[in-house]
Structures are given as C-alpha cells and as structure tokens.
Design a binder for this molecule. Structure first.
Ligand code: ZN
Length: 101
C-alpha cells in the first residue's frame, strides 16, 4: 500500500519554512528548498479522501422475522443506515467497517 500525503499541506509547509530562511546569505538552502518545491509540484497527484472508519452496531429498533426467529439488523455507526448484512464497507457512506477510530 502506498502512503499518500496532502500536496497542498506539504507545499504550504515548505513555503512557510522558506520564509524563515529568506536570507541572502543562505542562498544554497533557499535553492534546495526551491528544488524541493519543484519536485513536489512534479509528483503525480490523485484525488483521495481520508478513510472513514466505522462499525456495525446492533439495531434493536430494526428487527425482521417471525417470533421464533428474529433477525436483528445492523446499523452503521457513521451514517446510521440499517443493513441486514455485515459487510467490510458500509454501502451507503463507504465507511470501512474495521472499528478503528
Ligand atoms: Zn454508513
């Protein structure tokens, strides 16, 4: 699995750091920072969103079946939709149902 970083935040941090170095006596350091900025701008970018984590909760208000056999639906901890199956991702909000916070 590749690790992704937020290009906008990375560039903002580099530019902020560059401001602290803005001294004509440190041209080599400024050059290095500018090179890092150019390298960062040349990197491929992807549209990504942070992973939402959730878990399936028992939903006592959503039961189906006969009195002899009652099946309790599950509810997404993130969006609240009820669902009869325990799946790795919530089909409504896309949360990864691994229980992590
Ligand atoms: Zn959900």
């Amino acid at each position: 699995m590749k690790n992704l970083i937020d290009q906008d935040l990375f560039l903002a941090d580099l530019k902020e750091y560059r401001e602290t170095v803005d001294d004509d006596h440190r041209l080599a350091e400024l050059y290095t920072i500018d090179q890092a900025l150019n390298i960062a701008l040349d990197q491929p970018v992807v549209d990504a969103e942070p992973v939402r984590h959730g878990r399936w909760l028992k939903d006592p208000h959503s039961q189906v079946g006969f009195p002899e056999f009652v099946y309790m639906m599950r509810k997404c901890s993130e969006c609240g939709h009820s669902w009869g199956n325990v799946t790795p991702y919530c089909p409504w909000c896309g949360s990864k149902m691994d229980g992590k916070r």
